[in-house]
Design a protein around this ligand. Structure first.
Ligand code: FHN
Length: 473
């Protein structure tokens, strides 16, 4: 008898649990424009695939070292790691002389690396503004440099055809009205002022620099911002009205219940997901294919701003970074690779080298990246498939060489592999052997593969003879 009672109770609990999952919360201040966005600006963002992130601020001056001591934690957090008083930190503004700052050279380095967009920190958590802001004195105008470095930056990158986006930290260690939480009327009043300041600065940015394509929000994880769901919704609306086509990341938003990135019903907010920081999805994760997303990545372990000592953590090689870029593309994501310019305005030699090597690879293989996305084919161990919807071609970028010396491809039965060729010799065909109704080997002749390389596949539907179409499987 007891057993039956237990079964009945468990069944009731299971049904109740399932019903609870179906219950939707009312969300008024969630997703603003409906996803996925298909307008031209968003399509361009998607096709770009590869971007450069730039973290530059006062933290570049000490570069992770304070009074002779090296602090291994992220250099842009040195103020906290070394327990430096706000007034001491803020006085670094008088040392922000940047004799080596050459935005045209920065843009040339980025262009040669193959990026199509850049995202620069206009204001990081320390509160220092790279542009002359009407709303604070803690800005470029009060440095020895004085000039609007952001204008020079926007002009240089725009001139070489790289889309410019602005990173903006809502969290502000300099501003007296910043609150981590709102626990009193005084907090509420202060944070209202901070919200007004934030709004003013953002409107100022999109007005002063009409070239800006997107805003990349950060420092939005504290309770104070999570309690500002309606405000961030209205801010998104205001900014998008001022600058049609503007693209914002999911970090900008919380809904009115305090849920970040995704609203209380699991719907993405902003225009793309920006939660992949220094990590990538599992390469076989299909869930990410359903949305736009971006991974931002550091070259060392966790340094965004300039740190003088890169020996304290693993520094990723260009090949590791290329693999991340390809993986992102294969899973419908963009890859944003970070650079931390030095306190004098120069780009450190290690970053120049990374940019050069990635650029050399991109010059040969970027056809497998730009405008590409997932291929809907079963992932194989040699690397990643990417697919260009416009030309119908599938690209396989090989990172791991099988000891068999041949690369396995698995297609749906409805399709057949018509041709395989190296991206570098597209007129010549590689040998193909079909080994089952679905499986093929591509047998390379001689491939000089010290670097990842790309094979282009022409896959056709047996019935129509047409190129590979999305949603094959
Ligand atoms: O704390 C920051 C960090 O310095 C850096 O700006 C990254 C970039 O995604 N965002 C924050 C941590 O999430």
């Amino acid at each position: 008898m007891k057993k039956y009672i237990l079964i009945v109770v468990l069944s009731i609990l299971t049904i109740a649990g399932a019903m609870a999952q179906d219950i939707k919360k009312d969300v008024e201040y969630g997703q603003y424009n409906g996803l996925p966005r298909q307008d031209q600006a968003m399509q361009k963002w998607r096709e770009n695939r590869f971007g450069q992130f730039i973290h530059w601020g006062l933290y570049a001056i000490p570069g992770g070292i304070w009074e002779g001591k090296t602090y291994p934690y992220a250099s842009e957090f040195l103020r906290g790691s070394a327990k430096i008083a706000t007034s001491t930190w803020d006085s670094l503004i008088y040392q922000f002389d940047i004799p080596k700052y050459n935005p045209k050279e920065w843009a040339a380095i980025a262009k040669n690396m193959g990026v199509k967009y850049v995202t620069i920190t206009t204001k990081h958590h320390e509160g220092f503004c790279l542009w002359p802001s009407e709303y604070t004195d803690f800005d470029i105008e009060n440095t020895p440099y004085k000039k609007d470095l952001l204008r020079e930056f926007v002009d240089a990158y725009t001139a070489v055809g790289i889309d410019v986006n602005f990173y903006y930290s809502v969290l502000d260690w300099h501003h007296p009205d910043w609150r981590y939480d709102i626990k009193s009327d005084e907090d509420r009043a202060a944070f209202e002022r901070l919200k007004q300041f934030t709004k003013n600065q953002l409107v100022e940015l999109v007005t002063r620099y009409p070239e800006v394509k997107g805003l990349w929000f950060d420092g939005t994880w504290d309770n104070s911002w999570k309690k500002s769901g309606q405000f961030s919704y209205e801010l998104e609306k205001l900014l998008k009205n001022k600058r049609p086509g503007l693209i914002v990341n999911s970090r900008m938003r919380a809904d009115e219940h305090g849920s970040r990135h995704f609203d209380s019903n699991g719907i993405l907010m902003g225009d793309y997901e920006s939660g992949y920081e220094r990590r990538l999805p599992n390469p076989t994760d299909k869930e990410v294919l359903t949305r736009d997303w971006e991974c931002c990545m550091t070259i060392p372990e966790n340094q965004w701003g300039y740190h003088k000592d890169w020996s304290i953590s693993h520094v990723k090689s260009p090949l590791e970074l290329i693999e991340m870029l390809v993986q992102c593309t294969s899973q419908n994501g963009n890859f944003l690779l970070n650079f931390g310019p030095m306190g004098n305005g120069d780009i450190r030699p290690e970053e120049r080298e990374v940019a050069k090597e990635i650029g050399e690879w991109m010059k040969v293989n970027s056809e497998a990246i730009y405008g590409c996305g997932p291929a809907d084919l079963e992932k194989q161990d040699w690397g990643y498939y990417t697919y260009n919807e416009k030309n119908g071609k599938v690209y396989m970028t090989v990172f791991n060489n099988p000891v068999l010396g041949k690369y396995k491809i698995r297609l749906p039965k409805s399709h057949t592999l018509k041709k395989a060729s190296l991206i570098t010799k597209q007129v010549e065909s590689l040998e193909i052997k079909q080994i089952s109704p679905t499986d093929y080997f591509i047998i390379p002749d001689k491939i000089n593969n010290k670097k990842p390389f790309v094979i282009i596949l022409e896959i056709v539907d047996r019935a129509s003879g047409k190129f590979h179409q999305k949603a094959l499987t």
